[in-house]
Write a protein that binds this ligand. Sequence first.
Ligand SMILES: [Zn+2]
Length: 60
Amino acid sequence: MGDADGDETGAGAEPAATGAAVPEGGEPVCWLERVCPECGRLADTAPPVRCARCGTPLTG
Ligand SMILES: [Zn+2]
């Protein structure tokens, strides 16, 4: 990506490629909220939840 500069083909393919590469756009945000800022542990459930390792509250 970024190879074709200013071409309408490249501009048109960009949003299409993004949609094809990442069909589930909301998924990364969901699990990012579960990552503990203190120790980096991924919580088993969605916030609000307390980190099982260090006890840091994840508010989301
Ligand atoms: Zn933690």
